[in-house]
Ligand binder design. Structure first.
Ligand code: AMP
Ligand code: GLY
Length: 427
């Protein structure tokens, strides 16, 4: 089978590595790290011109823009929703409205485009306060704060278009949920869904969950809190009702539905949906899925998901190395040293996120998130040690990373298991 992965980040690098053992993989457009993988090609051709049996679309923007519809219109199998389903991520107001119609537990919210209305809603809430751009902002358009004045000022800047341009001219305000976060990636085939092993992301820039929200600074899997019973509950109460509501609206959702959950005292609640693999969650989830991933993805794309993947016994930890100035104004250009030494650490894969290569072979910073160091190990602790040993080998001017990825999590047995599937999942 030939698989075309669309995208150029560490998530797509992880997808290429996970698919390559069982398929011919071409990545459009890829990056310098993907280029170096044995058995993986990159191409500068637009995906519409690539010939492949299956297309796996990495980022949200092309999905929101209808790439999956265009590919399907020419008879291709695609893992990735059409523009109708991608609105779940493209518009937070649409997501909240659909979740409400499906009866999914989620934070109280309002969608407003006038500052007076924003102030009125915020002043009625007890806090913490959450202010989001309605449109796409690469995971950076969200403020969570206990300070009402800061929430009001943030809403004012977003609505005026001064902080996020047009993406912020409508904002979604939410009740702040409190608890542990969980990322559940669900493979969907238009009828139902299968949960992949759960992951946890560290969204804030700095250690101890301080600093601004980012696209994600690191992730790990397995997650001790994500017992099979909890995953079943999240599927039954959140994911499956959402898929049913989409079907009711005529949306044939084939792709990955990423449910961002808060494990609150009243049970799991939905924070957000993304319409693709998480980044850096994919980096820790994919290597834990056993079996032929290309076949599994093709079965979702063609509406015939069957057996869930087995889960590998290893734990995985990923640490993001970001550029100076990330997330607001990343500086590009610094030369990156030590990638080969990092790669030599046992169990480690160095995934490129935002890099470019000079004609003389020097690899340089070319994006906010630069490199993702992923390590596997028999336990989370072992995977974490390996990941940080490799991080220590890499250096570039302005490099930022968290030193507490997976640090406070208790160990969990990682014996190989089959992911539990609710009876209703494939009805
Ligand atoms: P989103 O882009 O909607 O995923 O939001 C990014 C991050 O902001 C989430 O991963 C949470 O850490 C935080 N967040 C978003 N909405 C809420 C909420 N209603 N309550 C608490 N935290 C939230
Ligand atoms: N790591 C969060 C995301 O992919 O949106």
């Amino acid at each position: 089978m030939k698989v075309c992965v669309v995208g150029s980040g560490a998530r797509e690098h992880a997808l290429a590595c996970a698919l390559a053992p069982g398929a011919r993989v071409v990545v459009a457009p890829g990056n310098p790290g993907i280029e170096d993988e044995v058995g993986v090609e990159v191409t500068a051709m637009p995906p519409e011109q690539v010939d492949a049996d299956l297309f796996v679309v990495g980022p949200e923007a092309p999905l929101v823009d209808g790439l999956a519809d265009r590919l399907r219109a020419s008879g291709r199998a695609v893992l990735g929703p059409g523009a109708d389903g991608a609105r779940l991520e493209g518009s937070k107001a649409f997501m909240k409205e659909l979740a409400g119609a499906a009866g999914v537990p989620t934070a109280a919210w309002a969608s407003v485009d006038r500052l007076d209305d924003a102030r009125a809603f915020l002043r009625r809430m007890p806090g913490p306060y959450v202010v989001k751009t309605d449109g796409l902002a690469a995971g950076k358009g969200v403020l969570v704060t206990g300070d009402l004045a800061e929430a009001e000022a943030d809403a004012a800047a977003k609505l005026a278009g001064s902080s996020f341009g047009d993406a912020g001219r409508r904002v979604v305000l939410e009740e702040g949920l409190v608890g542990e976060e969980l990322s559940l990636l669900v493979l969907c085939d238009g009828r139902g869904g299968l949960a992949l092993p759960a992951a946890q992301d560290h969204k804030r820039l700095l250690d101890g969950d301080a600093g601004p929200n980012t696209g994600g600074m690191g992730a790990f899997s397995p997650v001790p809190a994500a017992s099979p019973a909890l995953v079943d509950e999240a599927m039954e109460r959140i994911v499956l009702p959402t898929l049913a509501e989409m079907r009711r609206r005529g949306i044939d959702y084939r792709g990955v539905l990423y449910a961002g959950l808060m494990l609150t005292a009243e049970g799991p609640k939905l924070i957000e949906y993304n319409v693709r693999f998480g980044d850096p969650e994919a980096e820790v989830v994919l290597p834990r899925c056993g079996g032929d991933l290309a076949e599994l993805f093709l079965s979702a794309a063609t509406g015939r998901l069957g057996t869930p993947p087995t889960v590998d016994g290893d734990a995985a930890v990923a640490v993001v190395l970001a550029a100076r100035g990330y997330p607001h104004a990343p500086e590009r250009g610094a030369a990156i040293e030590g990638l080969d030494h990092a790669r030599a650490v046992e169990g480690v894969t160095v995934l490129h996120a935002g890099t470019r290569r000079d004609p003389d072979g020097t690899v340089r910073v070319a994006g906010g998130r630069v490199v993702v160091v992923r390590a596997l190990g028999e336990t989370l602790g072992r995977a974490r040690e390996r990941a940080y040993a490799a991080v220590g080998a890499i250096a570039f001017d302005g490099m930022q990373h968290r030193s507490d990825i997976a640090a406070t999590v208790r160990e969990v047995a990682t014996v190989p298991v089959s992911v539990s599937v609710p009876e209703a999942a494939l009805r």
